[in-house]
Design a protein around this ligand. Structure first.
Ligand SMILES: NC(=O)c1ccc[n+]([C@@H]2O[C@H](COP(=O)([O-])OP(=O)(O)OC[C@H]3O[C@@H](n4cnc5c(N)ncnc54)[C@H](O)[C@@H]3O)[C@@H](O)[C@H]2O)c1
Ligand SMILES: [Zn+2]
Length: 362
């Protein structure tokens, strides 16, 4: 069992623990009962996770004597919308939510963002706990306190910074995840290592062939290390003024690709291609050697992730997503670029020609 404290001093000033270990699922009812302030437990989950774990967990919580309301939302990104937040808030209010209640987000990043935002806004904030069940959510979205929903004009545009009371991560949840979802999460692990820690990167290279959904011990280690690295960044820059931007490595190109592909490409896949493309920029700008770029791409490929930049039909949408103007006047996009392995450079201006060449496949 790993316990990783996240201590925030500048924001609301509280600290919380991220607990990582196989077997946590069984301990959850007791741990949740210990965290609540005597009120009810509101367990929010999606349809898939509910079927797999939600109902059983709710029943186990009830057995500890805590009244538990199980709230299910449809699975998928489409659930991150304002109507659903309102519906969840209404359920919570109807059932007498108060500041001694505890909202539990059981699921992937979608449930974490949605339930977290609901908890952050109802009664101006009730305590919530993250129980992430996808690798992406375990290594990335559940830690750091960003919660929110999508808006018709873009993803994650409505939200708040609101830290959870605790995060409980059981790597055994990953056994039921699809292979594609699992690899998506691995892209974020590589991102964290490439941006922040060369020795973690070397560790991943040496274990790539053993990184499968059921290798619980290895996963526990990798999740704990990712969380510790991300947590340390969040402690120093909770509101993403500077350092936290390093966690956007691969995401500038990645987000633009996701948008231009009409979200056919999954997030982790787009981030993987984004990291490879941004490493290409870094080499040309003299920030990274070709050898380092090759090592980064080789690790992504070894983990089953794509690195080739695909043809982009909707160039305008891609460039718009990079905040480059559509009329051909020289626009400027600022990137987080790798500056070697385990280090990155923030706010680097990439010349527009380089981006055009990427789109031309040059
Ligand atoms: N808040 C942040 O800091 C932050 C960071 C990164 C990403 N995000 C957000 O996270 C979301 C993506 O998260 P995600 O990739 O976890 O997607 P997701 O929550 O949609 O989960 C992916 C799919 O896996 C299923 N699933 C979840 N756990 C499972 C399990 N253990 N076994 C079987 N199936 C399971 C879900 O039902 C869903 O269909 C995006 O909305 C993104 O914006 C937020
Ligand atoms: Zn991401």
């Amino acid at each position: 069992m790993h316990i990783i404290p996240v201590r925030l001093t500048k924001g609301r000033g509280h600290a919380y623990d991220v607990v990582v270990g196989p077997g946590l699922l069984e301990e959850l009812p007791a741990r949740l009962a210990g965290l609540g302030g005597g009120g009810d437990l509101f367990l929010i989950t999606d349809a898939t996770v509910n079927r797999l774990y939600g109902r059983a967990l709710a029943a186990a919580c009830e057995r500890t004597g805590v009244r538990t309301l199980l709230l299910e939302v449809p699975a998928g990104e489409g659930s991150k919308n304002a109507d659903l937040v309102f519906r969840l808030q209404t359920e919570l209010l109807t059932h007498g939510v108060h500041r001694g209640s505890l909202v539990v987000a059981l699921g992937g990043g979608v449930v974490g963002d949605l339930a977290g935002f609901t908890a952050a806004t109802v009664l101006r904030g009730v305590p919530f706990v993250q129980v992430p069940t996808t690798l992406l959510a375990q290594v990335d979205s559940s830690v750091g306190g960003k919660v929110g929903i999508d808006h018709p004009s873009g993803k994650n545009l409505i939200g708040a910074f609101c830290q959870p009371r605790a995060v409980f991560i059981d790597p055994r949840f990953l056994a039921s995840l699809s292979e594609r979802q699992f690899r998506n999460g691995l892209a974020e692990v590589v991102k964290i290592a490439s941006a922040l820690d060369a020795s973690f990167f070397a560790f991943l290279r040496s274990r790539a062939h053993r990184l499968v959904r059921t290798n619980v011990r290895l996963l526990e280690h990798i999740i704990a290390r990712s969380v510790a690295l991300k947590g340390a960044v969040v402690e120093r820059d909770e509101f993403e003024r500077d350092l936290r931007r390093s966690l956007n490595l691969g995401h500038t190109i990645g987000h633009a690709l996701e948008a231009a592909s009409g979200y056919r490409l999954q997030h982790g896949e787009a981030v993987s291609v984004g990291m490879a493309a941004e490493a290409g920029f870094a080499v040309r700008l003299g920030l990274m050697t070709r050898g380092e770029q090759r090592r980064l791409c080789a690790l992504l490929v070894a983990l089953g992730l794509p690195v080739r930049f695909p043809g982009v039909r909707d160039r305008a949408r891609f460039l718009a997503a990079l905040a480059l103007d559509k009329k051909g006047v020289a626009g400027k996009a600022r990137f987080v670029l790798p500056a070697g392995i385990g280090v990155c450079a923030l706010g680097v201006e990439v010349p527009r020609e380089m981006i055009e060449q990427l789109l031309d496949g040059a």
